[in-house]
Design a protein around this ligand. Sequence first.
Ligand code: XMP
Ligand code: MG
Length: 187
Amino acid sequence: MAPTLSIPPLTKDLSRILIDADTISRRVDELAHKIDEKYKDLDEPLILVGVLKGSFIFMADLSRKLTIKHIVDFIAISSYGEKGDKRGEVRLLMDTRENLADHHVLIVEDILDSGNTLSYLIKTFKSRGVKSIETAVFLDKPERHEIDVPVEYVGFEIPDVWVVGYGLDYKEQYRTLPYIAEMYPKK
Ligand code: XMP
Ligand code: MG
């Protein structure tokens, strides 16, 4: 019997679906293929470092579509807007389990906004002596960039609106929606 697909409906906070689940799945396939191609001749495992919490679903899907040898790891950071941190300030709350020195690393992030988070992480990991570092972001808001950050793999470019679903949240809600939805602007 075919499984019944149930798509959770939009709630009063969400205005529209920006990217549906099938489109997400096809794009993650493409990104995984590009990453496979880039690292296919590597003798050692690539270390994927996901930025918690927003990247956890993208990481789960992307890592399962890779055919190259890889290790999944995570970090947690706190950025502006959380616990009263200043704009542009990024703090490491939880480090990786793996020692990244002398390894090839791919940062896996949910969304590129100002660029502060990725710029901080790239600088931090380089100072630890990684062999190489690249970045995969599921979403990119080009209008919001404040710092130039090299990003090798981008899922989708989106306008400057608050989005939820596929790992992204509003006050910890909506992370498990299978699509990316746009929120109504908060008054
Ligand atoms: P920066 O500015 O450092 O920020 O590039 C990246 C972080 O900002 C958060 N962010 C969002 N989270 N919906 C979310 O759920 C959004 O539309 C959004 N825009 C930015 C996110 O934590 C990301 O890692
Ligand atoms: Mg994040």
